[in-house]
Design a protein around this ligand. Sequence first.
Ligand code: EPU
Length: 423
Amino acid sequence: MDAIRIRGNGPLKGTLHVSGAKNAALPILCATLLSEGESHLRNVPGLRDINTTAALLRFLGREVEVNCPDVKVLAPSSPVRPEAPYELVRQMRASVLVLGPLVARYGRAKVSLPGGCAIGERPVDQHLKGLEALGAKITVKHGYVVAEAKRLVGAEIVFDMPTVTGTENLMMAAALARGRSTLVNCAREPEIEELGRVLNKMGAEVQGAGTHTMHIVGKSELEPFDHAIIADRIEAGTFMTAVGVAGGDVLLENAPLEDLAAAVGKLRQAGLQIERDGEAVRVVREGPIRAVDVKTEPHPGFPTDMQAQFMALMCLAEGTSQLTETIFENRFMHVPELRRMGANVSTHNQVALVRGVPKLSGASVMATDLRASASLVVAGLRAEGETIVRRVYHLDRGYERIEEKLRAVGADIERIADDGDID
Ligand code: EPU
């Protein structure tokens, strides 16, 4: 297994390119199931989750050519097997995104129920409730959910809470349902707007993607598409926190500033200068890091996917900050690891109190989820001595060659073999 070794050194300087958005690419790959013919996705990040989705689509009978940033998905004329097995779903919860497209397109879907994960229970009741409202018969047996419907029929669906993949699953299902659907209390993430754009390219009529209420007129058939994926706002935000921690002056190419407004506002309060510079975004941190309170919220609030990285920054702030996690019940897995690096953080339920310290010290650390791992890499950039971040497969799920990118702006970071890792 690989690990990442970081030796804390000076400020970062240079240019970083932000890749395509993982969480936009995953549902769009699943949307290829809604049509026949060949779809072409561009600006797809080279990540483990993309390979897992490709493997799932192949299992379902698609031909998939992954040559990131290009991915082609072809629907051959042979019949599909509308079934997502446990082996693939357990590797990636987002596999549940095939449920809506499969039942809408093929009248039946059998998808392994994703279990809990490191950051929380993460049920999918809203996905199932929505599909039932569209007329699917849902049964759960032996760890699998089976959804069946001759043809889904448009309906009004009111989500109990904004759910990102829940909204996406129902958008895709409604796009092939008969008649009009209204989705209320939708998640409003930019990745949902992006899926709306793709479904419209395919010939569906989706109005209001990215707002609370969406209207979708379903079609009996949809077309394949050609689409370039938007930039990854969370990767961009992670690089911003890296500059915040290490100090420096970095130009981020392809950074979606508007999609990250809440996080950028907090990073500016913390002492970063973040400004448009032509097509790119310039990120500078020269002065001290200031303590800032943050509460995660559904978009357009501060993203939960930035909480861990922001905490790494706050560990080095002058003063005390309070970070409140409201989306997932167990998303402080990075705290004990940051503490091993000398951070002064205490947690009480969903609140973390971070008392800034002047410096961190390198240590051997590991985390059990993607963003937690990213926060440890960021912290390592200014820790004295050597930090080894283990279980890099979490990072590889969502960051494309993070060590190469950070090395190019002056970080002392490399990927090493980690024979000593134990589970
Ligand atoms: N929820 C339910 N029932 C449901 C669905 C969700 O109770 O049927 C709850 C969840 O347990 C959670 C809240 O609603 O407390 C929001 O969860 P959501 O469904 O929005 O999360 P998700 O769709 O499973 C996506 C991202 C996550 C990101 C969250 C929140 C993808 C593939 N994943 O997950 O990304 O943290 O939205 O923004 O889009 C990551 O990239 O590291 C990551 C975890």
